[in-house]
Design a protein around this ligand. Sequence first.
Ligand code: TLP
Length: 352
Amino acid sequence: MPVIDLRSDTVTKPTEEMRAAMAQAEVGDDVMGEDPTVNRLEQMAAELLGKEAGLLTSSGTMSNLIAALSHCRRGDEVIMGSEGHMFWNEVAGAATLAAVQVRTVPNDSQGRMDPGDVEASIRPPGNIHFPRTSLLCLENTHNRCNGGVLTPEDTRSVSEVAHANGVAVHLDGARVFNAAVALEVPAKDLVADVDDVSFCLSKGLSAPVGSVLCGSQEFVEQARKWRKMLGGGMRQAGVIAAAGVVALETMVDRLAEDHSNASRLASGLSQVPGIRLDPGSFQTNIVFLELEAELGSVHEFISRLNQHGLKVSYPGGRRIRLVTHRHISPGDVEQAVDIVAKVAREQRKPAA
Ligand code: TLP
């Protein structure tokens, strides 16, 4: 039975062009700074994002951790969104390995933070009892907040508050190119007001591995040292970087297809009795639905979807997440909606 895998855009496999580029990549020892393909990818990423330098890391999680390590000292406080990936999904790495205290500020349904809330969360200096607030972490697109997009103005309004108080700003831009495509603006406009940004090559962009962390020359030098300490200094990493170069050259514009498939998916699902979602609230490739109580157990629902060949992910509560990507066609979307509708019919409790 063919499987429709909507668990994540991380399931995308490298293209033939990526595989060919990987096989032929010119390589060297990247810990010695001598891998020409890694150097090319890092420079390309930095230019695209309007930053001075870039650093290839193994994953988005590693980039985010390195950003916390580079900006903060032990015992500092870091502000994160209440729904942020760094807060929810990174195994408390910032708290454990960067030894910072995490303070959360509410995210709205699109992943934005209120500048007033951010300001109120920054510790005033001069009080011996308080930790120093050293970093604000933003996310664009915002995974748990419906794949929501922050506009350049959204980012500027909170970054200005942080900077006015001596707080650095890190952007987890794992899917920042999705945001750029959705808003039809260059990615560099979305990151102009942050100190550093990480993005993933291995999500919608379809590369097999990697993330690039971009910022000032000084920041990246420090980040490179932390990467080494974490065991992330890779040698002939040009083999990985070659796929990343192809990803940036060929995979960005097509993200629009994933967005239109997601929007088709959301409107199809919104017609299914027992499924709650507002199709207008999804701007990119991530869709969430909520199961009404009449559809019974979420775990049972998901396992029945699996039995019918539809894979989804479970973020908690009564929510189910569905993510479109390069391997999902409009036909798959139609079929996915049919499967959800069928399982909903089967699981519906008869009215008492
Ligand atoms: N997100 C994964 C899971 O961890 C949930 C996914 O399937 O969406 N930032 C954001 C906003 C992310 O969505 C992710 C991955 C990461 C960072 C971490 O990236 P990796 O998986 O490369 O460590």
